[in-house]
Ligand binder design. Structure first.
Ligand code: ATP
Length: 285
């Protein structure tokens, strides 16, 4: 999270809530639906009326060549796009039917419901593994006792596939872990606030193949509990982890949009659009 995002979240958080409140609102995976999403950086329109349903409890992969707007689209889904100076947005993003951009909708609620994992693992490096996991609770104003915290740390590290590797060194700094372990720590940190959707922006691009495989296993095991939307450049990864894919493209001078979307199997083996076939078969991009 950027400093701006952190301070914005902190500034919006006045009250504290017991953990039970987080558990209640963590009512399982939610459907996310983008309707007519357009996005600009200044006068540069980078997405044009993109609509996509990301089903609850499934993994949706966003694929497409560099610069077609995948990351921008992902950032509109938890209202991070608007943090960029000069950025503009139009459209709707519905979380189980409720528009995140509706007037009066709290930004902190959107960020808690929709977690994010970034390309480069970004644990707080000097903070302990334990404190990294619970760091999000403080930002969202949740106050919990020690034993509840202990249980939450174990649960989230287990769900992120990291518990066995770190259970005997929870007080070591997060920055001392390997890159792959750091990324799974970031996943555990995101899970601790009980998100209903997890956005992942090329989460494995800085990792070696073994760490990549561990993170992919983690994504797979999470998908029943949280809706996952993942941006990836790696076609094998999209094929391995996702249930459905959306292929984005920004042709010369035209803002990005979705050319085709559907079940991952169909996108890879019987795409309807020649441009999708060319892309998934590595003929461009
Ligand atoms: N902060 C920014 N300020 C101005 N323009 C931006 C900014 N971020 C992205 N863009 C522009 O928006 C367009 C879409 O970028 P975006 O990063 O969303 O594409 P992408 O498909 O995710 O690319 P990649 O796969 O390379 O990450 C590009 O033309 C990019 O240059």
């Amino acid at each position: 999270m950027t400093d701006t995002a952190t301070s914005e979240v902190a500034a919006e958080t006045e009250e504290t809530r017991p953990l039970a409140a987080v558990e209640d609102q963590g009512a399982g995976p939610a459907e996310l639906e983008a309707r007519g999403v357009s996005a600009w950086f200044g006068s540069h329109k980078v997405l044009d009326r993109v609509s996509l349903t990301m089903p609850a409890g499934r993994v949706t992969a966003l694929i497409g060549p560099s610069g077609c707007g995948k990351s921008t689209f992902l950032r509109t889904l938890n209202r991070m796009h608007e943090l960029v100076s000069g950025a503009a947005f139009a459209g709707e993003v519905l979380l189980d039917g409720a528009d995140l951009y509706a007037p009066g909708r709290r930004l902190t609620q959107a960020r808690r419901d929709i977690g994010m994992v970034f390309q480069k693992p970004n644990p707080f490096p000097a903070m302990s593994i334990y404190d990294n996991v619970v760091a999000g609770l403080r930002l969202t104003g949740v106050k919990v006792g020690r034993s509840t915290k202990d249980a939450l740390v174990e649960e989230c590290l287990t769900r992120a596939g990291l518990w066995q590797e770190v259970r005997d060194r929870l007080r070591r700094p997060g920055g001392a872990l390997s890159g792959g372990q750091q990324q799974r720590l970031c996943i555990a940190r995101a899970l601790a606030v009980r998100p209903r959707v997890l956005l992942m922006d090329e989460p494995c691009s800085a990792l070696d193949p073994t760490s990549t495989r561990r993170v992919e296993e983690t994504i797979h095991s999470l998908s029943q509990e949280v809706t996952v939307v993942i941006v990836t450049h790696n076609m094998q990864q999209a094929a391995r982890v996702s249930d459905q894919c959306a292929f984005f493209l920004a042709e010369q001078g035209v803002p990005g949009g979705i050319v085709e979307y559907g079940p991952t199997d169909a996108m890879f083996h019987s795409p309807q659009d020649q441009r999708t076939a060319d892309y998934v078969n590595g003929r461009f991009g």
